[in-house]
Design a protein around this ligand. Structure first.
Ligand SMILES: NC(=O)c1ccc[n+]([C@@H]2O[C@H](COP(=O)([O-])OP(=O)(O)OC[C@H]3O[C@@H](n4cnc5c(N)ncnc54)[C@H](O)[C@@H]3O)[C@@H](O)[C@H]2O)c1
Length: 404
């Protein structure tokens, strides 16, 4: 065991749980906290409640060796990691109430010399706000504890590797806090640990995801232009990328997921006048999904006018990106919901990565491809890439399966 550190990880989800398990693997005594009793119960059995390659074995090992224990309440520790959700509210304003609640929950346990680190993706200024909250409740701790921000940038599916080998930007509310947080991450991170301040570290995470969003928006905007100009968007991007300094991303049915489709709003809501490109990129990517739904509806109407009967339409994919089972903020799901509002038409909904869905009745992709008159590719899942182009079908290829 690492005698120097006892860590309390607040929030045991997609990020908190692997972080806790990796820390325990490195001999750190980890006390994991989650408000969900089922999560706590599952982890204490050495099992996991999320899908992440290789994670269960690391959790099991930590629990069995006594380095990792989960509970509903925090305990005294040397380091506190806040890894709770930071969603947005209806008006796209960031909701930091989970970070606040997690911070309040550790107030009684904090003592001189402790380190408090936020990992949750947060709007600029959150770490300073939490420092104020802590010092209002515990004024005797002012200048006696270390407070820092360290964002997470792992890719789901490869989290165990990236947690250790990715570089990190770490920023404290003062130099001593930055150094103390770096000292902690050095215990299990092999990537480089870059020193900055809390506001820059917060903005760094938001910048990374906004950068992806803006680049995808550029590709999506080109796809709208090419549709009007009768130019094959896939060929165009392939050719433009032959330029040694051009690297355009691929367009799609929009942008989804819990990071890229969410985090840019944390900048736009705080700096609406300044963040024009970032705000418009969000609009373009949202509009692309709306446009795909309109295109699908028009194709259905045209089919009916031409053939005198309503078509069967296959909606191929619901996930927010290829080859995953995650539907959060998915543009494909949005499009499916929107086009299926025309109830008199019949639809076959396909998502090879999930077995069943509470709203959509799912159909096998081969069966749907054979039976439908109109095929709408919404996600570039690997299964779809094995299909052969059929001239007798109407194919709307928003995901670039055939690139025609
Ligand atoms: N999932 C990712 O790929 C990813 C990547 C980078 C950053 N992030 C950020 O990391 C943060 C956590 O994301 P996640 O995907 O792990 O979320 P998650 O929803 O998977 O897990 C969060 C956990 O926190 C628990 N929780 C909520 N409030 C709590 C409280 N007050 N005390 C204790 N537990 C509490 C929930 O029950 C849940 O189990 C978010 O800010 C997210 O934006 C996520």
């Amino acid at each position: 065991m690492n005698p120097l550190k006892k860590v309390c990880v607040i929030g045991l989800g997609y990020i908190g749980l692997p972080t806790a398990a990796i820390a325990a693997q490195h001999g750190i005594q980890v006390h994991g906290v989650d408000v969900n009793p089922k999560v706590v119960e599952t982890i204490n059995k050495g099992e996991i409640h999320i899908i992440e390659l290789g994670l269960e074995a690391v959790v099991k090992e930590g629990v069995e060796k006594g380095y990792f224990k989960a509970s509903l309440t925090p305990t005294e520790a040397d380091v506190y990691l806040i890894v709770v959700p930071t969603p947005f509210k209806g008006n796209h304003e960031p909701d930091i109430s989970f970070v606040e609640a997690a911070t309040r929950s550790i107030l009684p346990s904090l003592k001189e010399g402790d380190t408090y680190i936020i990992e949750s993706t947060s709007p600029v200024g959150t770490t300073e706000k939490m420092a104020e909250l802590i010092f209002r409740a515990r004024p005797e701790l002012k200048n006696k504890i270390y407070i820092a921000y360290c964002p997470e940038r792992v890719l789901p599916g490869n989290v165990l590797h990236e947690l250790v080998y990715n570089d990190r930007s770490i920023g404290g509310i003062d130099e001593a806090s930055t150094l103390k947080a770096i000292e902690f991450y050095k215990l299990f991170v092999k990537g480089e640990l870059h020193k900055t301040n809390a506001r820059t570290a917060e903005m760094c995470k938001l910048t990374e995801n906004s950068s992806r969003d803006v680049q995808i928006a550029f590709a999506n905007e080109l796809s709208l232009i090419c549709d009007k100009a009768d130019i094959n968007i896939w060929e165009l991007i392939h050719l433009a990328n032959k330029h040694p300094r051009v690297n355009i991303l691929q367009p799609g049915a929009g942008v989804g997921g819990h990071c890229i489709a969410v985090d840019p709003y944390f900048i736009v809501s705080e700096y609406p006048r300044e963040s024009r490109i970032i705000g418009i990129a969000r609009e373009v990517n949202n509009y692309k999904a709306f446009w795909c739904a309109e295109k699908t509806r028009n194709a259905m109407l045209e089919f009916e006018l031409k053939h005198g009967y309503k078509p069967v339409t296959a909606l191929m994919g619901l996930a927010f990106k290829p080859d995953i089972d995650d539907l959060r903020e998915s543009p494909a799901k949005y499009i499916a919901n929107k086009v299926m509002q025309s109830e008199q038409n019949s639809f076959l909904v396909v998502e090879p990565n999930i077995k069943e869905h509470s709203v959509f009745k799912l159909t096998n992709y081969l069966e749907a491809y054979e039976k439908a008159d109109i095929i709408v590719f919404l996600v570039a899942h690997k299964e779809f890439k094995t299909l052969e182009y059929l001239d007798d079908k109407v194919i709307l290829d928003f995901a670039g399966i055939f690139r025609r």
